[in-house]
Design a protein around this ligand. Structure first.
Ligand code: NDP
Length: 453
């Protein structure tokens, strides 16, 4: 079986050169499936994996827009429609200077398994642009979003492809894109999630990814009869996912001592309480400022600049019990993972997508800590996006408590499915294998049911 798996990985690398993140995501999944492929030869003979690594459709388009100085700017837009076996394509849009085809393919591939785990009927997709929203005026962001949607609108729809937010795409960007979609398609439809509450959004959607990663951590700890109460936690990032992870951790009695952005991180030994978090939310969501401002405002905090030349990130070297990477891919390398083990971390729950490098993952698995990979731990965001679609279809809004309780049930079910699949295929306690296997089975069986399409 190993020969088949290695051959497939080699083929993916050869066919998709210069896409290391895509190779990384595919390799992890294929490596997890040994037991499944041995027990179920039908997946191999139906070439399920060969089909899954090939997007159903890749869209790439020009996004021209005018900046505030009346200079013409040109960006590149993408949408990867990866797999629609179990529902319409679903997954976020990322606006960040680093965006390229390989990064979006890795994210779209992960999304297929994640969406399958949520128990909701959603296929997988991802998209975005190399547009960098930092330092842009509201008017520039609006013009960019309108131009982006002027092409994307013809490819999406409530039963076809339903994008959402991701890095650099929050409520403001979703609003501008929804407005342009509505104007071009001449219909008010649930074609994006993460919408404003006044126009079809769901309560708890902004909170869902961060809250979900904490609920997943709570489930993992419960298997050891432990709780988050009194735990010291490291969180990276200071965007949507990080903010709500910090909020829920604090509510559950944990103390969060770090947050970061791409410029650096703050360490606050006293903990980031509700009042300090409010400052961060205003700083990041309204002022669009840098996390270094936190240390100027609160004397208990120390700020450290990011150092790209260093072989580790000191954020992950502080004494703590739990870690929640919530910024971006590959932000925990092997050295960081080893440092986390030295500081006594017993749990890592990934709010971000693939924030740990492959050698870093090996460190966590070898140490047998509670390690919740992103495709399971951060599935709360897309799960509530699925609930937003359900509410849009019903033309009805649930109360916050209703959405939050459904989110908690979904995260508990995902945790249970990962545990069960990991155990059934011979790797108990390995949530990486569990998530990949449980996510794969539902999509693979659906693909077989639907024939060769
Ligand atoms: P935001 O744009 O709201 O925040 C991203 C945060 O990460 C910012 O603090 C940003 O700092 C930091 N960051 C981004 N890129 C880098 C980088 N290259 N190096 C260091 N720091 C970086 O995004 P989200 O919070 O929505 O997303 C964070 C992660 O969670 C991503 O991996 C995303 O794919 C994942 N995710 C998000 C979901 C959602 O619902 N939003 C759902 C599931 C997963 P700066 O401001 O300096 O760029």
């Amino acid at each position: 079986m190993q020969d088949y798996q290695n051959g497939l990985i080699a083929e993916v690398k050869a066919k998709n050169p210069s896409e290391p993140e895509f190779h990384q995501a595919v390799t992890e999944v294929i490596d997890s499936l040994t037991g499944v492929l041995e027990k179920h030869p039908e997946y191999r003979s139906a070439k399920i994996l060969e089909r899954m690594v090939e997007p159903e459709r890749v869209l790439m388009f020009r996004v021209p827009w005018m900046d505030d100085r009346n200079d013409i700017q040109v960006n590149r837009g993408f949408r990867i429609e990866m797999n629609s076996a179990i529902g319409p394509y679903k997954g976020g849009l990322r606006f960040h200077a680093s965006v390229n085809l390989g990064i979006l393919k890795f994210l779209a591939f992960e999304q297929v398994f994640k969406n399958s785990l949520t128990t909701l009927p959603m296929g997988g997709g991802k998209g975005g642009s190399d547009f960098n929203p930092k330092g842009k005026s509201d008017a520039e962001v609006m013009r960019f979003c309108q131009s982006f949607m002027s092409e994307l609108f013809r490819h999406i729809g409530p039963n076809t492809d339903v994008p959402a937010g991701d890095i650099g795409v929050g409520g403001r960007e979703i609003g501008y894109m929804f407005g342009q979609y509505k104007r071009l398609a001449n219909e008010f439809a649930g074609v994006l999630t993460g919408k404003g509450l006044n126009w079809g959004g769901s309560l708890i959607r902004p909170e869902a990814t961060g809250f979900g990663a904490v609920y997943f951590a709570r489930e993992m700890l419960a298997t050891k009869n432990d709780t988050l109460d009194g735990k010291t936690c490291l969180v990276s990032g200071s965007g949507n996912v990080a903010q709500y992870a910090v909020q829920k951790l604090t509510e559950l009695g944990a103390k969060v001592v770090t947050m970061s952005d791409s410029s650096g991180y703050i360490y606050d030994a006293d903990g980031i309480d509700a009042e300090k978090l409010e400052f961060v939310m205003d700083l990041k969501n309204k002022q669009r400022g840098r996390i270094s401002e936190y240390a100027k405002k609160f004397s208990s905090a120390v700020y450290t600049d990011a150092d790209a030349s260093s072989d580790h990130n000191p954020l992950w070297s502080h004494d703590a019990n739990c870690a929640f990477p919530c910024a971006t891919q590959n932000e925990i390398n092997e050295n960081d993972a080893k440092n986390l083990m030295k500081t006594g971390v017993i749990l890592v729950s990934e709010g971000a997508n693939m924030p740990t490098t492959a050698p870093g993952v090996e460190v966590f698995l070898a140490a047998k800590i509670l390690y919740g990979p992103g495709k399971a731990a951060n599935a709360g965001g897309v799960a509530v996006s699925g609930l937003e679609m359900a509410q849009n279809s019903m033309r009805y809004n649930w109360q916050a408590e209703e959405v939050d309780s459904r989110l908690q049930i979904i995260m508990s079910d995902i945790h249970g499915a990962c545990m069960e699949a990991g155990e059934r295929f011979g790797t108990p306690g390995n949530y990486v294998n569990g998530a990949n296997i449980a996510g794969f089975l539902k999509v693979a069986d659906s693909m077989i049911d639907q024939g060769l399409v």
